[in-house]
Design a protein around this ligand. Sequence first.
Ligand code: DGT
Ligand code: CA
Ligand code: CA
Length: 573
Amino acid sequence: MPVRNADIADLFDRMAALLEIQGANPFRVRAYRNAARTLNGLPRSVADMLAEEEDLTRLSGIGKDLAGKIAEVVDTGHLAALEEVMREVPAGLVDLTRLPGLGPKRVRALHEELGIREVTGLQRAARKHRIRELAGFGAKTEQRILESLSRHSPEERRHKLADVEEVARFYVDFLQAIPGVKDVVVAGSYRRRKETVGDLDILVTCKTGSPVMKGFVEYDEVDEVVSRGTTRGTVLLRSGLQVDLRVVAQVSYGAALYYFTGSKAHNVAVRAIAVKKKLKINEYGVFKGDQRVAGKTENEIFKAVGLRYIEPELRENRGEIEAAKKNRLPHLVRISDIRGDLHAHSDATDGHDSLREMAGAAKKLGYSYLAITDHSKRVTIAHGMDEKRLRRQLDAIDRLNAKLDGIRVLKGVEVDILADGTLDLSDSVLRHLDLTIGAIHSGFSLGRDKQSERIIRAMDNPHFNILAHPTGRLINERRGYDVDMERVMEAALERGCYLELNAQPERLDLRDIHCRMAKDMSLMVAISTDAHSTSHLEYMRFGVNQGRRGWLEPEDVLNTRPWRDLKRRLARR
Ligand code: DGT
Ligand code: CA
Ligand code: CA
């Protein structure tokens, strides 16, 4: 089976973590980390690129040595250098570094002093109170280790954006209410609307003497204060989420917001531009010699380095800086551009609410259409419909539409793509629908080529319109099936089909880089919520966030089109 980019990235991340525990040269550690990030951000498979004899050293952060290592993994499935390091450092220690508060240095101490090699050993030592005896560790750390081990597996250290949103909002409101506080804003990956966030980075401006730091560390949800100074503090919340606070001066607010929004890769690239202009840029401002030439607002910062304003979602060093220089930045899609939802369930299958309730909720959101796309018979756990039940639903939709005003319910289905690529319902019923969404719910372990062929075969059906949740992944839970996205997208384009960006917070499938790939191929994407209740319709904004990270503009998104135009686009010749 071909090696996936994510597999190679995992090996490189593992390598970096082990080297770090070993105390190796930080540059070496960083080189592996950067390469892993590059691999994770690539829309195409490096295995395919190598098969087509492309030069990997043209990728950012990949030199000759790492290109060779990638080729080695692709060819052999192994990385000899990693196996060598693993002879010296137990691989199980990597999981330990993912626990809150345990960095590589502390993990090394645990290994050297107590002979701990993996998570269960750590748990045992903590239970016997042997950790608190070590220099640099305390009873509190020991307690936290036990708690975090009982709470979640170490792999789940990144938090889904939707999960932290409420936490962030309450914390921000709380900080906002502290006397003397002016601005409170969450920067970092949260502001870039990344699908998962590692930690929250909150910035505040305030009058001198404001007790904001005291308030920050005494907040109800705080489990442990990791560090506390006058201008910076770090806490761990009960949920395991880390939160950093920075108190910044008003003159530096824009610079700090810009710096802590990141991403790091974006910051580094912009810093290089500043250096060329003989400017210095940091979290306090942009400086010419000793003089601050910008700092108060982000706009000032961009102006000072000669760039157009770049939306936070684009700041990943994926071409946005070049685009800003040339004034070719995309006009990103907004939630207000969305005219309807093309994937939703009713209580006829596994949805919670009736057709009428779903339609009413969609109308309230200002939509002009909502597709009801219930499951087909093969998906028995969702009480999927056969041809007969679907026909009855179509009649019910006709009757409902006759009564409704200002919203149109589209007749759809989420038809199961069977193992051989045929569809789970006959053409005789599909031809009566406004749209057919196809989805894979089984056979995830098929190899990449077979899976891609299966999907393309499904698209061969002239009624097929949109491929739902194209990779089947669930964030932090399930990796999804392997599929050659470029090939599937090309096939969709040829056939007049589309791909979905599923807006469920645990799916967000397509990923950002695949949205970008679709856009570059002029393949339109449907941003859909897959709502199973009226309240799920509001997940649309997470989909829009993800689409924005993938550079999508309104014209790239199917459901920004009015119904008449959309109807035309759904009619396959
Ligand atoms: P996360 O928390 O892993 O989801 O990702 P971020 O992007 O929020 O990263 P975080 O929390 O480590 O740092 C927040 C921002 O601070 C980051 O996006 C850019 C900036 N930053 C952090 N470390 C560095 C650095 O070493 N150099 C530069 N130029 N910027 C940095
Ligand atoms: Ca962060
Ligand atoms: Ca941080």
